[in-house]
Design a protein around this ligand. Sequence first.
Ligand SMILES: CC(C)(COP(=O)(O)OP(=O)(O)OC[C@H]1O[C@@H](n2cnc3c(N)ncnc32)[C@H](O)[C@@H]1OP(=O)(O)O)[C@@H](O)C(=O)NCCC(=O)NCCS
Length: 181
Amino acid sequence: MLGLTVRPVPLEHTRSLRRDVLRPHLRVQELAAHEPPGAVAFGAFDGEELVGVGLVGADGSPGAWRIRGMATAPHARGRGAGTAVLDALVRHAVQQGATRVWCNARTPALSLYRRAGFSARSDEFELPAIGPHVVMELALGRHHEPTRQVAVTRVPPAGDRADGNLTVKDRSLNYGMTPDR
Ligand SMILES: CC(C)(COP(=O)(O)OP(=O)(O)OC[C@H]1O[C@@H](n2cnc3c(N)ncnc32)[C@H](O)[C@@H]1OP(=O)(O)O)[C@@H](O)C(=O)NCCC(=O)NCCS
């Protein structure tokens, strides 16, 4: 985790890594079709190298935001990049008024989401050419539970607030999640 910096990145800067890791059968230009309108991307950097990415955007019923495109370069996995990007995406969604955050999680990545407070909302299902998935959801409420610390530098998007549980100085994953229903 040490040495990684997380900050917003333009969507187009994420497409090459997402294509290589998640959709090698697509061309980079085709990745745009998998981006929710108005989506925002965050990236984890090791120095100047973009090693992890993810997107979030409003998708579904009012208040629902969806995480997509979570990908870390193979040589950079297991250092907290995915956890930190996921945290930044959830925080962004919360700041924009999300009441729940969801994703179609690949089954090998389930523990990443569980550790961030997500829980399963579907049985396992197969997406053609990609593999088994489970709908995971983080319900956001009034309860605040301290969770694990993430030792990365988090750079907020423009307009980020510096109060409540959304401050950059607060490096916990405490974004007001409720436990499993
Ligand atoms: C899932 C992924 C984004 C995690 O990135 P990361 O930077 O390694 O994440 P962290 O270091 O914060 O946490 C590691 C977690 O990632 C998951 N993970 C590790 N290696 C993985 C792999 N090869 N494939 C999928 N998930 C993996 C594990 O759940 C691990 O959690 P654990 O510590 O409880 O075992 C990254 O492994 C990846 O790009 N995997 C392939 C693409 C993918 O499955 N994306 C998720 C789509 S929903």
